[in-house]
Every structure is written in structure tokens, then in C-alpha cells.
Design a protein around this ligand. Sequence first.
Ligand code: UT7
Length: 335
Amino acid sequence: MNSENILENNRGVKILGTGSYSPPLKITNDDLTKFLDTSDEWIYTRTGIKSRHYNEGRPNHIMAVEAAKRALENAKLCAAEIDYILVSTCTPDFFFPTTACIVQHEIGAVNAACLDINAACTGFVMGLDLARNLLYGGYDRVMLIASECLTNQLDFEDRTSCVLFGDEAGAVILERADKTFAACMKAKGVGVENPVLYSKTEYDLNSPFIDSEHTLPDYGKRVQMSGTDVYKFAVDAMPEAAKAACEKSGFSLDEIDLLIPHQANVRIIQTAVKTLGISSEKVHTNIETHGNTSSACMPVCLDDLNRSGKLKAGMKLCLVGFGAGLTYGSVVMEL
Ligand code: UT7
């Protein structure tokens, strides 16, 4: 890659503030054994998860709004100063309106444009890349929220999937900055014959005009996944994307100060980190106490790091994720 391309990729962003919200109800692995044939030992050794938070049937947007308010407070901004709200979610309350529009109303962001994106668990890194492009397209302050209420979609009779997930939301507020920023976003789209990891839209066909030969097969209405296929995909996809983003940034993998991976499974993270040759001390995880909260994992990690004073100007961050789709991607950014 020539230096011109590297400069083009280096129009970066500054994080003005972060916020997050984890619902108060904490569910341990032992709590799950009360209604599922599972054990703390099975879940912890295979995933690294000990507990997660549940939103108790409340709508997703409540978490998004709370994370947004906390990010505004952290950035010392008022809602009217935000000119774009991007919400990553694969578990929205409505087909429409967007969650972004609901957040706009609740926080009073009267000057904001609003858009939801869905790249499943990869949504936050994809959102960062989009937010950066919006900032260089003329918007001055973008609020990027990732809010996921997986419990509204899970099958609590399916022990292979429901034990993995939790609910939460995170938000960051971004503006343009003369910093390095490089992204690598990818997808290996799967067809409807074998969706691998999915939750089908829940609606009944009640039109009098149905072409019954071409309706979708009956997938069931809740989250389903082929864990082994997702695992195999993830351990290759995460290093591939992180390496490519690093290369575009002009930094070497050794120069990365902090790696924030998608918090899906501690074994996937360890394998990917080993392939990348990054020291495990540079890897931030919270999966033990949060579980997998899809696209919300990364901004919640960022908020924890920010509030504990661990994000320092000049640090080089690598965020890398994967998810249903199958999608994957990585952002390397200088703080
Ligand atoms: O954001 C992306 C989300 N998805 C993922 O990240 C999933 C990636 N995949 C994984 O993390 C792993 O594949 C799992 C943790 C989901 C499963 O681990 P595994 O080592 O691949 O287990 P397995 O599916 O091969 O199942 C092994 C056994 C089976 O029993 P048998 O057939 O050997 O008797 C399962 O029925 O474990 C059983 N099992 C369970 N046992 C206790 C499956 N789920 C459970 C459970 N508790 N919750």
C-alpha cells in the first residue's frame, strides 16, 4: 500500500465520551441450572462465562437511552449538539421506527439524523467505520450506540445457545481528529439454506396472496446456531480482519496497546490472540461477568476502560469482531 492510501485511511476520530448500561438483574450459571440441563462447569470451561445481565422482558431501547444519556454526561455535551445517532442492534423493539429515532426522542437530540444498522455482533466495529465516514462527510458529532436485548430473542429451552448471551448497551460520542484510523470490514454471506447463526423475523403471513412454494422454511422464531461452524469461522476471521486493519493503519501488531475483541467465547479470543501473536496482557475481556452481548460488548468494554482511566491519548487500539451473516471486521484507531 502506498503512502497516499495510508494517509487517506488516517483521517481519524476522537472519543468525546462513553456510556454504558447493564441491567441490574445478574444471572449466574447456577441460576440457569434451575431450569436447564447444564452446569457452571460446562459453561465456564467452554466459554469463560460465569454470569450475565438480563433486561427482564423490558424493551431494548430503554438500555440504549440510558447508555446515550451517560455518554452525553461523560462528554459534557447536551443532546442538541449531536448531529447523527447511529444505533447498532440485531434485537430492535420494532421493525420500524428505528431505535435511533426512539433514542432521539427520549434524549431530545433535536438536531440529529437517525439510522439503525444491523451487522449482528460485528455491528459496533462496522458502526465505527460508518461513523468515521459520516464525520468526514460533514457531520460534526456522531453518537454511536450498540444496544442488544438478546433475551427477547433467545430460546430458553435450547441450552446450546441461551447460556451464552446477555443484555446491555454501550455508547460513544465521536468527532473528527487528526489521528490514525483504519478499518477492514468483510462478510462471507450465507444463504437461507444454512444460515449458521440466526433469528428469523417473527411475523405471520396474513396476506390473501401467498406463493406458498416460495415462502421461507420454518426456522423457528428464536436464536439458533451451529456453534461449531461459528467457532471455526471466528478463529480465522478475527485474525484476518485485525491483521488487515493493522496493515492499512501502518502500525505493526506489536505496536497495538490494547485489543478489544468481540466477547463471544474466551477460547475463541485466546486462539485468535495466539494467531496474532499479541501478548494476552494487552487483551481486554469482560466476558466472565457479562457473557456475549452481541454488538454491545465492545462499547461496554470501552466505557469500563474509559471510566477506570485506562484509555490514554496516543494509545493504539484494535477492535475486532465477528457475527451472524457471517460478518467480520476490525478497526485500528489511535486515541
Ligand atoms: O457472537 C457469536 C455467537 N456464537 C458463538 O460464539 C458460538 C461459537 N461456538 C462456541 O462457543 C461453542 O461451539 C459452544 C460453546 C457453543 C459449544 O461448545 P462445544 O465444545 O463446541 O460443544 P458441542 O456443541 O460440541 O457440544 C458438546 C456436548 C454435547 O453433548 P453430546 O452430544 O456430546 O452428548 C451438547 O449437547 O455438550 C452438550 N451441551 C451442553 N451441556 C451442558 C451443549 N450445550 C450445553 C450446555 N450445558 N449449555
